[in-house]
Design a protein around this ligand. Structure first.
Ligand SMILES: [Cu+2]
Length: 137
C-alpha cells in the first residue's frame, strides 16, 4: 500500500508540471540557475562578466538562434551594482541597436530582429570579456 500511494503522489506531481505551459513570465526572484538547456529561445542572462543563453547554456559567447521577427530579451541577473550593456558590434554585418549601459539586477533589454543574419555583441563596459551571438534565420 505504501508503494502505491507513493506512485500516485508522483503521478500528481508530474501532472502539475506537465500543465505549467502558460506563457506568463516567472518573477525571476529565486529562479536562478537550472539553465543547462531547455529555457526559452531568445532569452539571454546578463551576469557579471558573461552573457549566457537561457536556452542552451552557451556563455561568452552566448549563442542563440531565433527566427526572423523574434524578440531577444536580455535580463540582468545577480549583477548587483555592476553595470553592463548589450553593445552591437559594427564589425559584424548586419548590426542592431545597442542598449544603454544599465545597472541593477532585473534590468532588461529587448530587440526584435527583422532581418536574417549573424549579429555579434559584447558589453560596452567589459568589452570582449562578455560576448554573444544571435543568429537570425
Ligand atoms: Cu559587462
Amino acid at each position: 500500500m505504501r508503494i502505491i500511494r507513493t506512485w500516485m503522489l508522483a503521478g500528481a506531481v508530474a501532472a502539475v508540471v506537465g500543465c505549467s505551459s502558460d506563457s506568463s513570465t516567472p518573477t525571476g526572484a529565486g529562479d536562478g540557475g537550472g539553465n543547462g538547456g531547455g529555457g526559452p529561445v531568445g532569452a539571454v542572462t546578463v551576469g557579471n562578466d558573461f552573457f549566457q543563453s537561457a536556452h542552451n547554456g552557451t556563455r561568452n559567447p552566448a549563442q542563440d538562434t531565433v527566427a526572423v521577427g523574434q524578440t531577444v530579451t536580455w535580463t540582468w541577473t545577480n549583477t548587483g551594482g555592476t553595470s553592463h550593456s548589450v553593445e552591437a558590434l559594427p564589425v559584424a554585418s548586419p548590426s542592431f541597436t545597442s542598449s544603454d549601459i544599465l545597472t541593477g539586477s532585473g534590468m532588461t533589454y529587448t530587440f526584435t530582429f527583422t532581418a536574417p543574419g549573424t549579429y555579434h555583441y559584447q558589453c560596452a563596459v567589459h568589452g570582449s570579456l562578455m560576448s554573444g551571438i544571435v543568429v537570425v534565420q
